[in-house]
Design a protein around this ligand. Structure first.
Ligand SMILES: Cc1ncc(COP(=O)(O)O)c(C=O)c1O
Length: 558
């Protein structure tokens, strides 16, 4: 060790090609406690890969091309300052390099491949390997496995808010921020790698972090495939940008999930099993373009799917009524449902939102003639405890918006065009009620925004005809149970005052099961407690869900 030299703390910057990494190196070079190294593993990279560059021979002869020597003597060699900032491109982490390289502090600098590819260096022809996103993800994961997840910063944020982003980075690296990091002189610098004459023309003009262009340059579509390959990897890393600067972060804090276990789930979309974050449908899909889709809610009890056949029958009827074409077969639907539940290990206390859209369109527009890809199937499973308070009961109000009539949209089609019900639900939310009753066009009770409705008066159980309401599968099940439990059942028009003066009321639906109603429009129902008929039917329904249903295949085998 020479005089004044000592062991330094190494800070490694890892990025894809062209990710503002040289600008950031200039910024760190302005610190009074930091020396910088410009790609100390570049010569090793050229030697090992055999890749050609106009400056290949010069670089190999003038700099250390044995990567392990570079790690030991140059990157971790003694120095005069406290810190040594090493700019690395992820692709330079080639096979054979010592693991000692992973010592020290590390961070990952990412940039949207849309921006990288638009201004790709002319010296290096763009390729997936040269971009280095896959290796960047490897480095991120390796550091996480070593128990030191690296901070991730986005070049766009450095440009938008240099000081805020540098402060966040310094904080995460546990070094103090120095205001000198924001300005430097234009022109070539002694710290530049010897390839700078070929590659640093633009960065030499900089005297700080340049603000981003207001509008980007057009994307060169010859690089579309590279974009398709790199964008998911960039987005994956972007999710790990911990503290976004105020300019680019969402104004809303990340919400809590009603059931935290649903943060990690697998959903079926089209013909793929996808993670929660990536489970998306196309912007060309009919469900996006027009709510043009049909759906079912399914519940899983004790290794079995309750009333699966009935739900699939209704799904096929809805699809037929809407003239869907290229609908999957019954077996295909069942396979997708079973596979999704098994993959998630969901055999009880789970719910599936099953949607079948008319599918992707070849161009945006209303006509089903544009739907040439076949239907899109979505199987979205979630852990779902009961959604209503079925022990103490719920409160309803009557909405002013009327339930669709068969004159405009037949409620026998279980479609995703739910705005009619959503408007009623908004009225319910505004009144701080659990749900809202919807009347038909003549002012008779139809159902709630999400469930069917039953009332009890003097021992008789009444429910509206399914003219305006959805003919619910739980409704049909409960109607059978009413008869089996020897109560008198009547399906007829029900007026609102009959609801207000009922002895008991409950709602039915797959998601919420049988939910007692204790108050409607401020009127207490019965004595305000769950009544005996409701309790008897809740018990009968519970027994049925435990005993019947279609078994999930592997649940039986295991
Ligand atoms: C408006 C409406 N009514 C009633 C129901 C209950 O139907 P089911 O018992 O078939 O789940 C639903 C559920 O999808 C619904 O959306």
């Amino acid at each position: 060790m020479a005089e004044n030299e000592h062991q330094v703390e190494v800070i490694h910057s890892w990025s894809a090609t062209g990710s503002l990494s040289t600008t950031l190196m200039y910024s760190f070079a302005q610190r009074d406690d930091t020396e910088v190294l410009d790609e100390p593993l570049y010569a090793n990279f050229l030697r090992v890969t055999g890749i050609d560059r106009p400056y290949r021979e010069e670089l190999l002869s003038k700099t250390e091309s044995d990567g392990n020597k570079a790690v030991k003597d140059i990157i971790f060699g003694p120095g005069r300052k406290k810190y040594r900032f090493c700019k690395h491109l992820a692709k330079q982490r080639v096979e054979g390099l010592t693991n000692d390289l992973m010592k020290g502090k590390h961070f990952i600098l990412i940039q949207n491949p849309l921006d990288i590819l638009t201004s790709f260096d002319k010296v290096v022809p763009p390729s997936f390997f040269e971009l280095g996103f896959s290796l960047l993800v490897c480095i991120y994961n390796e550091l996480c496995e070593m128990g030191k997840p690296p901070p991730v910063i986005d070049a766009a944020e450095l440009q938008e808010d240099p000081e805020g982003t540098l402060r966040i980075l310094c904080d995460e690296l546990e070094i103090s921020f120095q205001p000198t990091m924001l300005k430097w002189e234009a022109g070539p610098k002694p710290i530049d790698g010897l390839w700078s004459t070929w590659c640093y023309k633009t960065v030499h003009q900089s005297t700080g972090f340049e603000p981003p262009r207001k509008y980007p340059k057009p994307f060169p579509f010859s690089l579309y495939e590279l974009l398709e390959q790199s964008l998911p990897l960039y987005n994956m890393l972007r999710r790990h940008v911990k503290r976004k600067s105020s300019l680019l972060s969402s104004p809303l804090p990340p919400p809590d999930l009603p059931v935290p276990a649903n943060e990690k789930l697998l959903a079926w979309v089209g013909d793929e099993m996808l993670t929660r974050e990536s489970a998306e449908v196309s912007v060309f899909d009919s469900v996006v373009q027009g709510g043009d889709s049909v759906w079912e809610g399914l519940r899983v009890y004790n290794g079995k799917i309750f009333k699966l056949e009935e739900h699939l029958d209704r799904l096929f009827d809805s699809a037929k009524a809407l003239a869907f074409e290229n609908v999957p077969t019954l077996d295909e639907l069942k396979e997708a449902i079973f596979t999704t539940l098994i993959r998630n290990g969901m055999f009880d206390n789970a719910h599936i939102r099953l949607s079948l859209t008319r599918g992707k369109k070849v161009t945006s527009g209303m006509s089903p003639a544009f739907n040439l890809y076949g239907c899109t199937l979505i199987v979205l499973p979630e852990w779902k405890p009961p959604v209503y308070d079925n022990t103490h009961g719920i409160v309803l109000v009557t909405a002013t918006i009327r339930r669709n009539s068969p004159n405009n949209l037949d409620s026998k089609i279980h479609h995703n065009n739910l705005l009619n019900n959503i408007l009623a639900k908004i009225e319910g939310n505004n009144a701080k009620a659990d749900d809202a009753i919807m009347l038909d066009k003549d002012g008779y009770v139809s159902e709630t925004n999400a469930t069917n409705i039953f009332i009890v008066k003097k021992g008789r159980v009444l429910t509206p005809h399914a003219d305006y309401c959805l003919p619910g599968i739980t409704r049909a099940t409960v109607m059978d149970l009413v008869v089996k439990e020897k109560f008198t059942l009547e399906e007829r028009r029900i007026s609102l005052s009959e609801v207000h003066t009922a002895d008991e009321i409950w709602t039915t639906g797959t998601m919420g099961e049988l939910s007692p109603v204790v108050k409607v429009d401020g009127r207490t129902i019965g004595n305000g407690e769950v009544g005996p008929v409701t309790k008897a039917l809740q018990a009968a329904y519970k027994k049925l869900t435990e005993e019947s249903g279609l078994p999930i295949p592997t649940y039986l085998e295991s």
